[in-house]
Design a protein around this ligand. Structure first.
Ligand code: GLC
Length: 732
């Protein structure tokens, strides 16, 4: 995918295309000529538009029944065909095509509408939640999952997904930690690139490709105390070295759009923040697409105390650089008067419309405005899609503990207990698009296919609303060889507007584990959660623990295969598991304390987490060689190669992810104790060795960024660490 803006510059420089109609035929307008360069078509169309037509392009309404119950407020039901975009909530392309037909044929200029939707981890084939996909460390696989999501969306008439969500998050009380790629900016950036490319392909106008939308721009993951919609306190330095990183990567990968965030960024809400929306995105990154607000975010400037009324909110958001207004209709209502009063310039309106039209032309919507005909069976859940979902589910699970009881023998007598044992909906997670419980393979169903003798007893509900029956569960365990306990969260307990004051699972679930553990049989604990949870009291009760997150439609087959050894766990944590909520926020790439040793630690609990970032077990073992360097010295513009050989010293073929961390121990802008700067996952056959190589370019891999976004690399000493070894590098 060429970077979004490079296409623009190329076509803008091309000579004016004289549209020569075939002899005798009527001259067609340049904007309707598919062969004309995009920039020519944009300018031609813009020059033909009335002011009213321009303003309508900057608005987005909803078409279909709104399926996000957090987003209340009057939904504009009458959708004018001159409107720029709708959130299309349906899986029927015919309704969408009917609306598009009105846009193409019943309006003066025939400008196609942009149909957007929240395709976060799949449209109908639902994949693991993004936090789980990050645990796979397989960006290529995440890209393939995004590709499937794009194909299903495109076939439904969705041109634009409000994804990937790339908010760096370090507070598991915040429900939306489930939607992103964890606590590390570098990890989020790499998954962002892969997913953007998966959605947009090489040529955005090719069938099957949809526009990406980086969200929520920016810093939403820093929400105070994990509450949602609340202010965030983010210094310019932290904005650049943490929260902007994945967005910059996404823009460079060619993402067509971004979505502005609700959160107040140290006094200026993301949806009216000129620094982020214009100075950074347009002036520094040269982004040529557009930004859509989050739901009602323009109107919410009133709640946030920035605007006195809707008109002022529209003025502040628009002048900050926010091009499209989602749902609250304020741009349509107030831009005319604001332009009339000279508070908004016509030139800025034109530039905003230009960006919206550009995305529509690059998507090919003027030339191919309609979704192809197909049946649901042709569109959704075809075997190839499900196999990608299975692969993603297998690689996303993280084995956290194993007292040598996993994998289980297929002839084991298994007591499968817990509220998620026979569940077939919560595994979809939040933002499950048009996913359905009926599409899901439950853990019970998967286990029955994999093991000869499985008895299932729920024993309790997810919370205390459902009657408990520990006795029945205990009875099942008593006559089994092993207990597999499936605990976790409802899909609605994470995601938007789903903050929790504690990450402890409900007492009723922990009570079931206690009752089962008291039977004295081996216990496998499966955690189906959308966030890191406090496992402190549960850990001693289980001989094995696997974080299975919410793995999507193929969860049951993946989990059963992982427990039987058909698949070998390869996931590693993309987010730290706190020892207890009192430690939050706790993350690996923190800066050094002023004190060393035992000073500054908690007096009442350990200060180390339960499980570190990057932690995950396998059914085999790996041995890392010491790191070798092509040189320990490098100039700023030079390169050195780091290499480590990893040997699979066990009996099972398995995949291993190698994480490369750098440390700049002394810097005028102090740096995190370590920073992930490269990772790679490879299959290593039992008994064999594989080399992992990190080609280091100092500015890219050792460098940092200052509060103005300037990248730099200090000369001097760096540490490079991988596995348990660490070597020094000197930048001269
Ligand atoms: C929601 C979410 C955002 C989503 C949008 C449209 O409030 O914050 O992630 O894309 O509205 O559904």
């Amino acid at each position: 995918m060429k970077a979004f803006h490079s296409i623009i510059i190329a076509v803008a420089l091309s000579s004016a295309v004289q549209v020569q109609a075939a002899s005798g035929k009527k001259q067609i307008p340049v904007y309707k000529n598919a062969k004309a360069p995009v920039e020519q078509r944009v300018e031609d169309l813009l020059s033909r538009m009335t002011f009213e037509e321009k303003v309508l392009q900057l608005n987005q309404y909803v078409l279909g029944r709104n399926d996000n119950d957090n987003n209340i407020g009057e939904v504009v039901s009458k959708v004018p065909p001159e409107l720029g975009s709708v959130i299309y909530i349906n899986d029927n392309y015919a309704i969408r095509n009917a609306m598009q037909k009105r846009c193409m044929e019943e309006t003066r200029l025939g400008i196609p509408m942009l149909f957007g939707y929240d395709v976060i981890h799949g449209f109908r084939t639902i994949f693991p939640i993004p936090l789980a996909q990050a645990a796979s460390w397989n960006t290529e696989l995440a890209g393939r999952a995004a590709r499937v999501a794009a194909l299903e969306s495109y076939a439904t008439g969705i041109d634009w997904t409000f994804s990937p969500m790339v908010d760096v998050a370090r507070d598991p009380r915040w429900g939306r930690i489930s939607e992103g790629y964890g606590e590390d900016p570098y990890t989020a950036a790499r998954f962002c690139e892969a997913v953007v490319r998966g959605y947009q392909g090489e040529d955005l106008s090719a069938p099957g490709n949809i526009a990406a939308c980086l969200k929520h721009y920016v810093g939403y993951g820093a929400s105070e105390a994990g509450r949602d919609y609340v202010p965030t306190e983010i210094s310019r330095q932290t904005l650049w070295d943490t929260y902007l990183t994945p967005f910059e990567a996404g823009v460079k990968a060619g993402a067509a759009t971004l979505m502005s965030s609700f959160n107040n960024i140290s006094g200026t809400p993301g949806s009216a923040n000129r620094y982020t929306l214009t100075e950074v995105r347009k002036n520094i990154w040269k982004h040529e697409g557009f930004v859509v607000s989050d739901w009602d975010a323009v109107k919410q400037l009133i709640n946030q105390g920035m605007a006195a009324d809707g008109k002022e909110a529209a003025m502040l958001a628009f002048n900050a650089g926010l091009e499209m207004d989602m749902v609250d209709d304020l741009y349509r209502k107030h831009l005319p008067a604001l332009v009339e009063e000279g508070k908004v310039s016509m030139a800025d309106v034109d530039e905003a419309v230009r960006r919206v039209l550009r995305v529509k032309f690059l998507l090919g919507l003027f030339d191919n405005p309609y979704a192809p005909e197909s049946t649901p069976e042709q569109r959704y859940l075809i075997p190839e899609y499900r196999s990608v979902a299975l692969e993603a589910a297998v690689e996303s699970a993280v084995l956290l503990k194993n007292n040598s009881i996993l994998p289980l023998s297929r002839n084991s007598r298994i007591a499968l207990v817990g509220p998620l044992a026979d569940d077939a909906v919560n595994m979809l997670g939040r933002w499950a698009g048009r996913g359905r419980g009926e599409d899901c393979v439950s853990i019970l169903s998967g286990m029955k296919s994999e093991f000869a003798d499985v008895t299932c007893v729920r024993g309790c509900g997810l919370d205390s609303k459902e009657a408990c029956n520990y006795e029945a569960a205990v009875a099942a365990v008593a006559s089994a060889d092993v207990a597999v306990v499936c605990l976790g969260e409802k899909n609605g307990w994470s995601g938007e507007n789903a903050s929790r004051s504690t990450t402890l699972l409900p007492e009723v679930q922990r009570g079931l584990l206690d009752a089962v553990a008291a039977c004295g049989k081996p216990v496998v604990l499966l955690l189906g959660t959308g966030r890191p949870v406090d496992v402190t009291t549960m850990e001693p009760k289980a001989d094995a623990i696997m974080e299975i997150w919410q793995l999507g439609v193929e969860e049951g087959n993946a989990v059963a295969g992982l427990l039987s050894g058909k698949y070998v766990p390869s996931g590693k944590l993309p987010v730290t598991f706190q020892y207890t909520d009192g430690q939050i926020p706790i993350y690996y790439n923190r800066r050094n304390s002023a004190r060393r040793g035992t000073q500054g630690l908690y007096q009442d609990i350990q200060s180390t987490p339960m499980y570190e970032f990057g932690y995950g077990l396998s059914y085999t073992t790996f041995e890392y060689s010491p790191v070798s360097l092509s040189s320990s010295e490098v100039t700023e513009g030079g390169k050195i190669t780091a290499r480590v050989t990893v040997r699979n010293t066990g009996k099972a073929d398995a995949k291993e992810t190698v994480h490369w961390f750098i440390t700049d121990p002394y810097s005028i802008i102090t740096r995190p104790v370590k920073e992930l700067r490269f990772f790679e996952k490879k299959l290593i056959r039992a008994g064999e060795s594989v080399d992992f190589v990190f080609e280091i370019e100092p500015l890219r891999d050792l460098g940092f960024v200052d509060e103005n976004g300037r990248k730099y690399v200090d000369k001097g000493l760096y540490h490079l660490s991988v596995g348990s070894s660490k070597v020094d590098i000197n930048v001269r």
